[in-house]
Ligand binder design. Sequence first.
Ligand code: ZN
Length: 219
Amino acid sequence: MPTQTFIESEALHAERRALCRVVGELAAQGWCQGTGGNFSVTLDREPLRLLITRSGVHKRHLAPEHLMVLGPGGRPAEGETGRPSAEALLHVEIVAATGAGSVLHVHSVANTLLGEHFAAHGGFLLRGYEMLKGLEGVTTHETDIFVPVLRNSQDMPALAAEVAALLGDRPGLHGFLLAGHGLYAWGASLDQAHRHVEIFEFLFECAARRTSFEPFTGV
Ligand SMILES: [Zn+2]
């Protein structure tokens, strides 16, 4: 019998199915319409092995074959073919800087508008909401959580360098926004990253709706 490769292993299939389940739930919320968003799970850190969505796949119908494994530097692992998501380099930077077990990137209406609205300020604060306690390490609603906003760019190496600088300056972040584009959130595990996306998106809805009837004072 031929030796089974890692790419074909049952352990990797389980990771593929788990990521597809989470992306399906995020898509059901309307947070990654069409081909929007990209998603990864860290399989190994040293050397890096990352399971990530391929480029251009419809996220509501994500299937295990729509995922691929990247190695160090975000290059396709041995035995892989095809192209990863265009923003794979950002996942690589986030994992390197934070040790994240999973990075999830969604395009919701609220996060798109909030990022655009606060881009000139470089970010905004979320404060006073009970749901803040869903972010790892937060134990009271009396907490200020800063959400950085970076300018959007199609120049991925330049954007990845900005992300690395941001994460170096602000250890302990759970996520940031790209202006007019979307949220990057992460966690120690896939479940924790999923929870962080849900919490951020709930809080973004609160913040976005508040800006429609009063000047938002979170800056
Ligand atoms: Zn995106």
